[in-house]
Each structure stands twice: as C-alpha cells, then as structure tokens.
Design a protein around this ligand. Structure first.
Ligand SMILES: NC(=O)c1ccc[n+]([C@@H]2O[C@H](COP(=O)([O-])OP(=O)(O)OC[C@H]3O[C@@H](n4cnc5c(N)ncnc54)[C@H](OP(=O)(O)O)[C@@H]3O)[C@@H](O)[C@H]2O)c1
Length: 259
C-alpha cells in the first residue's frame, strides 16, 4: 500500500490519442494532457489542420504526433490504428471525443441523417474502443478509455432526437467496456459536458434569444469556458482515478440537477 496521500495527476510516460482534437474540447483535452506530461496524438480529417496543431504544440515543447484519419470510416479504422501503433506504440489513453450534431426531430430527420450521426457519434467510438482496448490488453497496458458523452446522454430535447440516441448509446459503451476490460486493468469512464462555448457552439452562444436562455437555465449562470473540461479529463486519465471505472463525470455547472 502506498503511504503517500498526495494525489498524482501526472501523465508522464503515457501516450494519449484524442479523436477530433484539432479544435474545441478535443484540443483542450490534448493540451491539458500535454501539460501533464503525456505524449499526445492529434487526430482530425484535415491533414493541414492536424499538421498546424502538431507544429504549434511541438513548438511549445510538447511531444506530439499526427493521426490524420476520418474515424467514421469504419472499414479503414483497423489498418489505420495498427499503423499508428506500429509507429508510436499502443496508446495508454484513448479519448473518444469526435461528435457531430444534426438538430432534427425524428419526424423530420431522414434515414440518412440518422445513420450518419449514429455512425460518427456512436459506432465509430465503439470500434475505436474495441481496437484500443484489445491492443492495450495484448500489451498488458493498464489503459484508460475515456468517452465524451453529453447532458444529452441522460436527457431528451424536443426537435433534437438523434444526438441523444447516440450519446445514450455511448453511456452503454462506457459501462460495457468497464465490465469487459476491468479484469485486464483497463478502465472506462465518460465525461458529460454541458454547454461549452466552443467553436461549434459559437452561433448558439451569440444568438440574442437562445444564448441567454442557456445562461438563465444554468445554476452557475454562464456558459462553460472550453478550458474547464481539462481537469476532468486529466483526472480520469491519471493514477488518481485508478479505482474509478464505469463512471460518467458530469461537467455542466449543475444544469442537469435543476428542474
Ligand atoms: N461543445 C459542447 O458544448 C459540448 C457539449 C456536450 C458534449 N460535447 C461533446 O464533446 C465532443 C467535442 O465537441 P466539440 O464541440 O468540441 O467538437 P467540435 O468543435 O465540433 O470539434 C470536432 C473535432 O473533431 C474533428 N472531427 C470531426 N469529425 C471527425 C471524424 N469523422 N474523424 C476525425 N475527426 C473528426 C474536427 O476536425 P475536422 O473537422 O478537421 O476533422 C474537430 O477537431 C463531442 O463528442 C460533443 O458531442 C460538446
């Protein structure tokens, strides 16, 4: 038993792959991991954007690698991931961060909308997690699987049905991985963000009607700053969370406990 009671949040010696990390919460998480000592892998579909982030973070003194890959192309994932592992080794930490949104009611959505969103937001993360967990287990890595859900992972909203279906599926993924890979020393947890003022929410935050409604419904009375996701992500990846498994950490300013 360790005699030190000081929590350890260092990620020194760890490699973290964060999907969708050229902007928004994925980039904040990548930066927080790099600042905590991890080697990080930046992922996105656009090679130039990935290269620019890799260059900028490398210039800041971090150990950064590119992974240009559309993770929703399921048939390419296995080969692409195994090539990445051959190049840099098996990641110790996978963050399933990619998520798109198509704000439509089920009655308005096309089947194509539904299949697209569920493929990108849910099935791609299931497949990434399967690949990463298997590689971690084969290499006896006490890995960390961290998946971004949402307050929509527990709630439903009029006119915005497909996203909650996918996010609620991710909650099942988090728990299934926790049970299946816990015996191999690999933990699986989630982060459920509330309303963050990221690039993808810029229009909503600036909307003179909808922006203040979000603020008014939140006990903290404001949008979250993107950097406010970093602490939760570092905690779940660190040895301080060694006995946390199957948990979904809500980071929403208290939004989901009000009524
Ligand atoms: N922002 C919020 O307030 C909020 C709230 C609740 C939950 N979340 C969840 O948090 C996660 C991040 O949200 P965000 O708002 O920060 O996202 P975002 O700003 O839309 O950023 C998405 C990132 O993913 C990349 N990307 C998109 N599709 C991809 C694909 N198929 N393959 C690889 N990379 C892809 C994008 O780069 P390229 O386009 O260049 O590929 C970009 O770097 C999502 O899962 C979202 O549902 C966010």
């Amino acid at each position: 038993m360790s005699t030190s009671c000081k929590p350890d949040f260092s990620l020194q010696g760890k490699t973290a792959l964060i999907t969708g990390s050229t902007q928004g919460l994925g980039l904040v998480i990548a930066r927080a991991y790099a600042a905590s000592g991890a080697r990080i892998v930046i992922n996105g579909r656009d090679g130039d954007r990935v290269a620019a982030i890799v260059q900028a973070l490398t210039a800041e003194g971090h150990d950064v690698h590119p992974y240009v890959q559309d993770i929703s192309r399921l048939e390419e994932q296995e080969l692409a991931f195994s090539q990445l592992c051959r190049k840099i080794g098996t990641p110790d930490i996978l963050v399933n961060n990619v998520g798109i949104r198509i704000r439509k009611a089920l009655g308005e959505a096309t089947l194509r909308d539904i299949v697209e969103l569920i493929n990108v937001d849910l099935i791609a993360a299931v497949q990434m997690s399967r690949l990463a967990a298997a590689a971690m287990a084969d290499n006896r890595i006490q890995g960390r699987l961290i998946t971004l859900t949402s307050i929509a992972g527990e709630l439903a909203r009029m006119g915005d049905a497909i996203y909650p279906i996918a996010k609620q599926g991710l909650c099942g993924l988090i728990r299934a991985l926790a049970v299946e890979y816990g015996p191999r020393g690999i933990t699986s947890n989630g982060i459920a963000p509330g309303t963050f003022a990221t690039e993808s929410n810029a229009a909503l935050a600036a909307d003179p009607v909808k922006g203040p409604i979000v603020v008014g419904r939140n006990p903290l009375g404001r949008w979250a700053r993107p950097d406010e996701i970093g602490g939760a992500a570092v905690f779940l990846a660190s040895s301080s969370a060694s006995y946390v498994n199957g948990h979904i950490l809500v980071v929403d300013g208290g939004f989901s406990v009000t009524f």
